[in-house]
Ligand binder design. Sequence first.
Ligand code: FE
Length: 234
Amino acid sequence: MDWILKENIEELKKMVLKEGWLAETLFNQSMNSLKERDEKSAKNVLGRKNEINIIDMKIREKALAILSTMMPMSKDLRTVTGSFLISSYYQIISEKSLEIAKKTLELIKEPQLKPLVTIPEMAKYALIMLRESMRMFADQNMNGAENICERDQEIDDFLEEVRNELMIYMMENTKYVKRALILLEIAQNIEEIADQATRIAETTSYIISGKQYRCFNDKLYTIDSLENNKEENS
Ligand code: FE
């Protein structure tokens, strides 16, 4: 019985990684469409919505089958419940990537507002976070969680920078407002994608250790350390 459970959990993990790989591909491709102003590529991203739904449903089915028939315990149980959570984070990343593709299509109907510098740089950071969190889950290794958490703060700083840059355009000429707003929304999507990478790192840390972790400001806390921190601050 035990080996059947182990085998099923390995299959579940593989499915989650496959979903992660899909989410990463969609994010990467939507960003490339934006950079290259490539309509075909953006439409291709939008055409893959069904793929995400199918893999998400299969993961739910698998996880529920394990829970209802194999009674996993301790780390096995955490892997199943954690996979549920991580799968929903990948679903969000995929949806945000589709939104970036949709906004790219809107944006390229009009002339380029400005050469993109900060947004691609921000996306590069988010992609590193995503890869690192996926590696944590694949290797079941907690190393890297702190790094991801620190980077989350850098992403927030990037968003602020993009906001300030675009504000200047909007104030310069009302003609620029629409395009600037679309770019700002894209930057917000990237920030939300990076947030999901942080959630994946937190959830993977939970699967491995059995402890809850939360990235707060740019540091990773357990419940105890967060409570101590509260006392220090008060
Ligand atoms: Fe954030």
